[in-house]
Write a protein that binds this ligand. Structure first.
Ligand SMILES: Cc1ncc(COP(=O)(O)O)c(C=O)c1O
Length: 347
């Protein structure tokens, strides 16, 4: 039987409709700006999020790198959260390739960075210090929706201190769908409202949206022109990339609102694990569920993932146990995961 793969929302396969869109995509050489499918995707995502321009990049990592290096010069600094992808999980790319220094801050319980901590981290204009240029935030962060009011305040603070603001919106649409459910509003309007607070936003198509490859960096025209040069330097200038852009376009047309189903399945999984004494289950806000082993059960943590894998349930556990729902998981798969986890703690 095919395993239930809850390691990440990046593991999805393109649907037949998406494959058909890829197969029939008109193509050209995107380094010459000639690929109609890439151009159409860039216009679509920029328009959806209310930006002048967008750049199709192969990965979210490159989207963040192009964003940070378009805002910052050598010797500049960006303020970022300790657990954000563009600090912790991207090999230190901004520092390695751009000589841009990160200034990491601890997160508060809701995933935000305290405004006072941001304020305190902004360096005075003095030759001792790197020049603080950018505030980088992430939404969702570890599956948490960063409150909209907070994003308003943090980006306003950045702006009042002359900093630009970049959003790692790898899962912006998960945040938007969750926010829309709370506000009784439209997910696409929520995505635009969140994105509108930032100078640049990087969005991934290859996560919950279900495309095989690709992200976009959105921003003003001059920033995107700088980002295009950085993308080329980073080896991200692709040729007939429209075959990939067509999948991303299809995802934007057909697979945004369905993220609500992933959120419901994560909640179902959390509910299914209630009552297991050895587990602390953090209530999921979107499609990512974190679970911690409590008490004596911690000693068995190294056995849990191999046990689940043997039962056909895949998950990860670098810092905490993590289960991610996505397009290729269904209710039956979640039941299987619940049963496998329960049977581990019965043994
Ligand atoms: C929040 C966030 N940003 C950026 C990325 C990087 O995306 P990629 O794996 O396409 O480089 C990821 C990847 O998981 C992510 O979770």
């Amino acid at each position: 039987m095919k395993p239930v793969d809850l390691r990440s929302d990046t593991v999805t396969q393109p649907t037949p409709g998406m494959r058909a869109a890829m197969a029939s995509a008109p193509l050209g050489d995107d380094v010459f700006g000639d690929d109609p499918s890439v151009n159409a995707l860039q216009e679509k995502i920029a328009g959806m999020l209310g930006f002048e321009a967008a750049l199709f990049v192969p990965t979210g990592t490159q989207g963040n790198l192009c964003g940070i290096l378009s805002h910052c010069q050598r010797g500049d600094e960006y303020i970022v959260g300790q657990m954000q992808h563009c600090y912790r999980w991207e090999g230190g790319g901004a520092a390695v390739f751009g000589s841009v220094q990160p200034q990491p801050l601890e997160h508060q319980a809701d995933g935000s960075l305290a405004l006072a901590a941001i304020e305190a981290a902004i360096k005075p204009d003095d030759p001792h210090f790197a020049r603080t240029r950018l505030l980088a935030l992430e939404n969702t962060l570890g599956g948490k929706v960063i409150p909209f009011d907070y994003l308003q305040q943090a980006t306003a603070l950045a702006r009042s201190r002359g900093l630009a603001a970049h959003l790692d919106g790898a899962r912006l649409f998960n945040a938007a769908v969750a926010q829309a459910a709370v506000n009784g509003s439209d997910a696409r309007a929520e995505a635009r409202r969140i994105a509108g607070l930032f100078d640049s936003v990087s969005v991934c198509f290859s996560k919950g949206l279900g495309a095989p490859v690709g992200s976009a960096l959105c921003g003003p025209k001059d920033l995107i022109a700088r980002a295009r040069r950085i993308r080329k330097m980073a080896g991200g200038g692709m040729r007939q990339a429209g075959v990939l852009a067509a999948a991303a376009s299809y995802a934007l047309d057909h697979q945004v609102e369905r993220l609500a189903q992933d959120h419901a399945l994560a909640l179902r999984l959390a509910e299914g694990l209630q009552g297991i004494e050895a587990l602390q289950v953090e209530p999921p806000q979107t499609n990512i569920l974190f679970v911690d082993l409590a008490g004596a059960a911690r000693e068995r943590s190294a056995e849990l993932l191999p046990f689940l894998a043997a039962q056909g349930v895949l998950a990860t556990g670098l810092y905490r146990l993590r289960f991610v729902t996505h397009h290729d998981v269904d209710a039956a798969g979640i039941e299987r995961a619940v049963n496998a986890i329960r049977s581990f703690f019965r043994a």
